[in-house]
Ligand binder design. Sequence first.
Ligand SMILES: Cc1cc2nc3c(=O)[nH]c(=O)nc-3n(C[C@H](O)[C@H](O)[C@H](O)COP(=O)(O)OP(=O)(O)OC[C@H]3O[C@@H](n4cnc5c(N)ncnc54)[C@H](O)[C@@H]3O)c2cc1C
Length: 317
Amino acid sequence: MAAQQSYRIFDITLSRRTSVSPSLVRFTFTGPEVGQMATHAPDQRIKLFFPSPDAGSEASAQGGLDALFEIAKLHEHDWYGAFRALPDAQRPPMRTYTIRELRPARAEVDVEFVLHGDNGPASRWAMQARPGDRLAMTAPAAGTDAAAVGFEWKPPRSVRRVLIVADETALPAAAGILEELAARSDRPRVEALVEVPKGGDEQALAPGAQVRWLPRDAAPGCTHGERLLNAVRELDLAREIRALGGQPASADTDEETRGEGLFWEAATVDDSAPFYAWIAAETKVARSVRRYLVNECGLPKRYITSMGYWCKGKVLG
Ligand SMILES: Cc1cc2nc3c(=O)[nH]c(=O)nc-3n(C[C@H](O)[C@H](O)[C@H](O)COP(=O)(O)OP(=O)(O)OC[C@H]3O[C@@H](n4cnc5c(N)ncnc54)[C@H](O)[C@@H]3O)c2cc1C
């Protein structure tokens, strides 16, 4: 598939672990070919492959990764084909993450992980990871002719108002988005609503945006995404959208769900659009926020990118 050919498998080793906040850890990876990695947008998605949790020993846990590196040599331009070609028992667990920062000149790439417990291979790995640990990553390769893919942050050129709605899994991408916006000379009005597990998870973000932190521990009993939904409902978006010339939208019937079970709806690329919403959170929350914006605020669907980054109670590997 064309979308996969610009990505390839990289052999990466953890060089540093930095605590960003109680719930978020930044991992800096290096590797012989990280200097040839590319990133095209602040929400550039990647896949990480982890040691097998059920293996009896450390050596057999790494066996799936070794097998993946071997078979990838035969499928140089098709990482997914390589992954699929492995027998089920050898296939390492795979999860989706975001490149937080890439420094090709230093052969370093940063990825930030939410620590949500030892219930999944990625979070479990993150809780115990030590420098020297080895993983596999699929990421865009620099210097190919393939189209840049694997990201959804595509703000219209003439955008005047940006709304970011993110939970903790999308905070790494949202932080990068705010950095990119802060560097723009024609900066739109930017508002970011960010739900995190704890008050201590608030972090310094790039200047220029109005950021509203929504820690769940400040509202005991609230469920995942509840604070985000309430905060979106408090915005007077219907009036703003009318002022920007937005047209009322029809009922929200054309939603898509990815094969993995994640909700995923991307805005139509339209450089004349005055408004752009980038939403990434737990899948039901992302869907509810989009429905509210479309059905209650009359926001045209083509202005909204809304993505489920994980699914409560489900393993999506
Ligand atoms: C495009 C994209 C970009 C992403 N970027 C990042 C990123 O940069 N950083 C990041 O931390 N995550 C990111 N995610 C989310 C990450 O892929 C999921 O959280 C993933 O499920 C973690 O895998 P796991 O092995 O820890 O848990 P899984 O094995 O997938 O799930 C085990 C259990 O944990 C639950 N669970 C999963 N994630 C969470 C969570 N965050 N909080 C509470 N419970 C959870 C599941 O519902 C399930 O019950 C991204 C997802 C997408 C689609």
